[in-house]
Design a protein around this ligand. Structure first.
Ligand SMILES: Nc1ncnc2c1ncn2[C@@H]1O[C@H](COP(=O)(O)OP(=O)(O)O)[C@@H](O)[C@H]1O
Ligand SMILES: [Mg+2]
Length: 205
């Protein structure tokens, strides 16, 4: 079974000042099975984030298609329900949170978006912080008041809070210290085993 399949994706950008097209994504196909980690590695500027943005519906491809659990997603942005199945974690965790909302509120907000009642979302939020190795007191802090590694753990907690099948990770350890990078990878492996998560893991190294 394939939880996600992309076929023949292409995306070019017109670089006006250079008077030419940049073929950022050129005929990329892959699929993800339940519980599978797929690594995508390439040097800076080779088109990884462009691919991630197409796969997550933030950017429309020039060609090709994205099929999630058997349904082709033709419109971008994707319908909201898609993000119950597919979540993203980004390179700079601090930028991926609303700077004025506490970490706890952000993890509650996303669940509320998918219809979870406040009390239940709050209780789950504390469980998730614990699951990703964060103290419950961190719920009351703002993104810029915690470290990059803590913030990335919080971003993972937020992503798994809606019980997705897939997480797209775009250079999620690139901004972190090497020791913290390893811990984040271990956490993701544990979560994959527990939740049968499929991951597209993008990295430049
Ligand atoms: N919105 C855009 N407009 C023009 N060029 C872009 C745009 N987004 C990305 N590019 C170009 O496409 C190429 C691939 O970028 P990107 O997907 O961000 O690479 P990576 O994530 O692998 O570093 C780069 O040359 C980049 O400058
Ligand atoms: Mg990138």
């Amino acid at each position: 079974m394939k939880v996600l399949e992309v076929t023949a994706l292409k995306k070019s950008f017109y670089a006006g000042e250079e008077g030419r097209y940049i073929h950022a994504v050129d005929n990329v196909s892959f699929f993800l099975e339940p519980g599978e980690f797929l690594g995508l590695v390439g040097e800076s500027g080779c088109g990884k984030s462009t691919l991630a943005r197409i796969v997550t519906g933030l950017l429309h491809p020039d060609h090709g298609n994205v099929v999630l659990a058997g349904d082709e997603l033709r419109q971008t942005p994707f319908p909201k329900a898609v993000y119950k199945q597919m979540q993203m974690v980004f390179q700079n965790p601090q930028d991926s949170f609303d700077p004025r909302r506490t970490i706890g509120c952000s993890i509650i907000d996303i669940q509320r978006n998918f219809g979870v009642k406040r009390a239940e979302a709050q209780q789950k939020m504390y469980g998730l912080l614990d699951r990703v190795g964060l103290k419950s007191t961190l719920a009351d802090r703002l993104p810029l008041e915690i470290s990059g590694g803590e913030c990335q753990r919080a971003a993972i907690a937020r992503a798994i809070s809606v019980s997705p099948q897939i997480i797209i990770c775009d250079e999620i350890t690139s901004a972190l210290d090497v020791s913290v990078q390893a811990q984040i990878l271990e956490l993701l492996e544990d979560l994959r085993d527990e939740m049968q998560l499929s991951l597209l893991f993008i990295s430049h190294d």
